[in-house]
Design a protein around this ligand. Sequence first.
Ligand code: IMP
Ligand code: MG
Length: 183
Amino acid sequence: MESIRINGKDFVPYISNDKIIAAVDKVASELNNDFFGSGVTPVILCVLNGSIIFCGHLLPRLKFSCELASIRLSSYQGTQTTGNVREVIGLDMDLTGRTVIIVEDIVDTGTTIASLVGQLKEKGAADVRVCTFSLKTDVYKRDIKLDYVGIEIANKFIVGWGLDYDQMGRQLADIYILKDQLE
Ligand code: IMP
Ligand code: MG
C-alpha cells in the first residue's frame, strides 16, 4: 500500500482491506446471532453516502430477512464536523413499530447518530440499534449504546472504503490516515 494525495493533502495507509473485511464478518455474525430465528424483520437503514460500501458488504452476509432503506445526512465539511446535522435526502418509509438498524460508516462525536436515533424514535420505531463500521472511541461521549462496532480507531481523520475527504476517496479499498496527524 502506498501513500496517496487527495485535494492537496497526503494520506498514508492505516487499515488494510483484509482487516476491513474481518471487521465486516465480525459485525455480520453479531447481527446474525441477534436476529437469525428471532422472527423480527428489521429495517436496515443505510446512512448515505459513507455507509454505501459497508452496507453493501454487510447485507449479503445477513442470514435473516430484512428491508433496506436509506437516508442522507451531512455534518462534515472538509476534515471538521460542523456540529449540526442536515438531512439531505429524507426517509420515505413508515417505521411505526419497526426494529431499525442504523448502518453508519463512522461514529466520531456522535452528533449524527444522536440526532438520527431521536428522529427515528419520534417516527415511532420500536427498537433502534446502531451498527457502525468504525468508532473514534476517545471522542465518543454520548449515552446512546453502539450495539455493533466493527473497528475502534484513534482520533484521526481517515479516508477510504466509503469515507471521504471533501467527497473524494470513497472508492479506495483500504483506509488511509491524514499524514499530518501521524505522531
Ligand atoms: P459525528 O456526527 O461527529 O459522529 O460524525 C459522523 C459523520 O462525520 C460520519 O458519518 C462521517 O460522515 C463524518 N466523519 C467523521 N469522522 C470522519 C473521518 O475521519 N473521515 C471521514 N468522515 C468522517
Ligand atoms: Mg456518514
